[in-house]
Ligand binder design. Structure first.
Ligand SMILES: Nc1nc2c(c(=O)[nH]1)N[C@H]1C(S)=C(S)[C@@H](COP(=O)(O)OP(=O)(O)OC[C@H]3O[C@@H](n4cnc5c(=O)[nH]c(N)nc54)[C@H](O)[C@@H]3O)O[C@H]1N2
Ligand SMILES: Nc1nc2c(c(=O)[nH]1)N[C@H]1C(S)=C(S)[C@@H](COP(=O)(O)OP(=O)(O)OC[C@H]3O[C@@H](n4cnc5c(=O)[nH]c(N)nc54)[C@H](O)[C@@H]3O)O[C@H]1N2
Ligand SMILES: [Mo]
Length: 579
């Protein structure tokens, strides 16, 4: 790389920092506390986040739904419910109140490990605060009652008037987004999987049943697979069985820069250019951001001549799958797709370009040499803040965004109700049938805490899921793939720091280095995920020298949250003995 390019890369990364610095979590937590706010972290492990908080509440893994329902119970019991501005826009409040009856704090204290007084105080504090946000992620979602827990998080925000309110849980509006949603509602189970008859969710089936669909013979058996930027051999449940299933496929294509644990099974590996060799506009994460912003980044390096872009690779695969010959020009298909999108936009009632001539719009988009940028510009210009191709004099275009090398700050999040509601009724439908009926299943699990160890996961700053372990600077130093266990538990099991333990679940076992650490709740152990390298046929020289073990050998594919189909990845019952 040339010196000039190095300088450019440096400037780019500084530019990114300017935008992402605002995401700085330790700084945000500190600022929140300086303003007089309080942070409470519920986690079986005393994480860095918990250390930076006012209060850490250890919880038995997998029991958040019960804790949250108990908070809701107290809110009704003590008349703390106040919908605020949302009053009149919410249905189902009475059904939620009835559903929460079974979850009195005393009833859930033993199984959650959180005492009744703590639960009551949480409910009262959230309700009494001028503003409060309740937030849950991997720990609350990837468990048996993940859907209920996620829903209950939003119910608490709603019942306390903190949904769509500054300081509470809000909805960002990205530069590419429309202000109002189509009122289509959310359906699941329109069709079911072949082997386990699991319902589709948003047109997808659980990864947890991929193995069954590939290995059970019969009509409709999956015999070919395309993976794009995924490493399921390490990241999906019941990895050993999945590895066998991948090996049994008749044909597999992978679009991936690495020859890793998954792509070693591929007949054809299509490596895309590096992420630094393409432009970037973030769509996924702006829907989760705490402030509205937009940024377009130019490629840092030019793509080598003759190397197709990832977009071209995917379009070509799409063309082949739809029956076109392998030498189909991907650009022709992409152009046709773009023309189709423009056609829909000019035909859509209420669109900012309704009734315009599609040819005029396509010509305006043609200023961008890359077709991907034309798709993006169409989204931006027809969005809530877009220029509507001239209809809004001060509106945004991709060209205008491109002039802001370090991105643009579009201001704080603003209330978006009722436009953002996508339910058929246009209301907050708080009590959908399938969720309310799952509360009985949850109620049947409360009672005593079961004995025995449970396993939770861990993410690392120097890694991203499974795929940054082949980069020396990111993996050097002490072994990070360790089983963290509370010193008292370790003593009981005669496990010394640095010794090895065998960890066994219902489906598999691993032998792993032990790390004593009092951040762990008693009875809970933690293993990071994304490790288990060094498989024959992979080509990961650095990672193979520090392979670690794959925690998903221990996750059971039959254990899922039935509503979402999400695999249970946290709270796995395990037995531990010295190895
Ligand atoms: N550096 C780095 N950044 C990443 C990633 C990475 O691998 N590395 N991965 C990215 C991805 S794909 C994602 S999805 C996000 C995930 O980001 P997070 O959702 O923050 O995920 P984790 O860091 O795994 O934290 C999960 C926490 O849940 C706790 N936990 C486990 N079980 C339970 C439970 O039953 N109840 C409760 N209350 N807590 C529980 C765990 O102890 C852990 O502290 O991070 C993203 N960012
Ligand atoms: N036990 C347990 N299992 C988990 C989780 C957990 O917390 N615990 N977390 C779950 C979560 S939240 C997630 S998101 C999944 C992640 O699961 P995966 O998405 O399967 O895992 P990654 O390691 O992120 O895989 C990224 C792949 O993309 C490739 N790649 C990198 N750059 C590019 C590129 O520019 N183009 C293409 N095409 N490929 C590229 C990498 O080589 C790698 O193969 O794992 C899930 N599994
Ligand atoms: Mo994720």
């Amino acid at each position: 790389t040339s010196r000039r390019r190095h300088t450019r890369l440096h400037e780019k990364s500084r530019g990114l920092g300017d935008v992402y610095k605002r995401q700085d979590w330790p700084g945000r937590l500190e600022a929140l506390r300086e303003r007089g706010g309080r942070v409470v972290v519920v986690d079986p492990r005393r994480t860095k986040t918990a250390e930076n908080a006012d209060q850490h509440i250890p919880i038995v893994p997998g029991t958040d739904a019960a804790l949250l329902m108990s908070i809701i119970h107290v809110m009704f019991d003590e008349s703390l419910v106040d919908l605020g501005r949302l009053d009149g826009h919410v249905t189902g409040v009475d059904e939620v109140a009835a559903g929460a009856l079974a979850f009195a704090p005393e009833a859930v204290a033993a199984s959650t490990g959180v005492d009744a007084e703590t639960i009551r105080r949480l409910a009262r504090d959230i309700a009494a605060a001028d503003r409060a946000a309740v937030y849950g992620r991997i720990g609350t979602h990837t468990v048996e009652f993940g859907t209920l827990a996620s829903w209950a998080v939003d119910v608490i925000s709603t019942l306390t008037g903190n949904l769509d309110e500054p300081g509470g849980m809000m909805f960002p509006l990205g530069l590419h987004q429309q202000a109002s949603k189509r009122k289509r509602g959310f359906q699941t189970g329109r069709w079911r999987s072949r082997v386990r008859e699991l319902p589709e969710v948003l047109g997808e089936l659980p990864t947890a049943t991929m193995i069954d669909e590939m290995s059970k013979p019969g009509d409709g058996q999956i015999r070919a697979l395309i993976t794009v930027g995924g490493n399921p051999a390490l990241t999906s449940p019941d990895s050993e069985a999945l590895d066998d299933a991948l090996a049994s496929l008749e044909f597999m294509v992978s679009v991936d820069p690495y020859l890793n644990e998954t792509t070693r099974h591929a007949d054809v590996l299509l490596p895309p250019p590096s992420a630094l060799e393409k432009s970037h506009y973030d769509i996924a994460f702006t829907t989760l951001s705490v402030r509205n912003y937009a940024m377009w980044s130019a490629p840092v390096f030019e793509r080598p001549v003759g190397h197709p872009s990832e977009f071209d690779v995917l379009v070509t695969l799409t063309a082949i799958l739809s029956g076109a010959p392998a030498d189909t020009d991907p650009h022709a298909l992409a152009e046709a797709t773009l023309a189709g999108q423009v056609g829909s936009a000019v035909a859509a009632p209420g669109s900012s370009i309704e009734g315009r001539d599609p040819a005029e719009i396509l010509e305006a988009l043609a200023v961008h040499p890359e077709i991907t940028e034309r798709f993006l510009d169409l989204m931006i210009r027809t969005s809530a803040r877009g220029d509507g191709f001239g209809a809004q004099a001060d509106g945004w275009t991709l060209e205008r965004l491109q002039q802001h090398e370090h991105g643009v700050d579009l201001g704080p999040l603003e209330p978006r109700f009722p436009e953002v509601l996508a339910t058929p009724s246009g209301m907050v439908e708080l009590a959908p049938d399938h969720i309310i009926s799952d509360l009985d299943r949850l109620a049947s699990t409360i009672g005593e805490r079961s004995d025995g160890f449970v396993l939770v996961g861990r993410r690392e700053l120097q890694s991203n899921n499974s795929w940054l372990h082949n980069i020396d600077v990111l993996v050097k130093g002490r072994n990070r793939c360790t089983l963290r266990i509370h010193p008292d538990d370790a003593e009981r099991l005669s496990l010394a720091d640095g010794s090895q333990a065998t960890v066994a679940s219902s489906v598999g076992e691993v032998v792993v280095d032990v790390e004593l650490n009092d951040e762990m709740m008693a009875g809970v152990v933690s293993l990071p995920y994304g490790w288990g390298h060094g498989r024959t046929g992979s080509r990961l020289d650095v990672a193979s020298k520090r392979p670690g073990v794959n925690t998903n050998v221990l996750t059971d594919r039959t254990k899922i949250d039935p509503l979402s189909g999400n695999a249970v990845l946290n709270g796995i019952p395990v037995e531990i003995v010295p190895a």
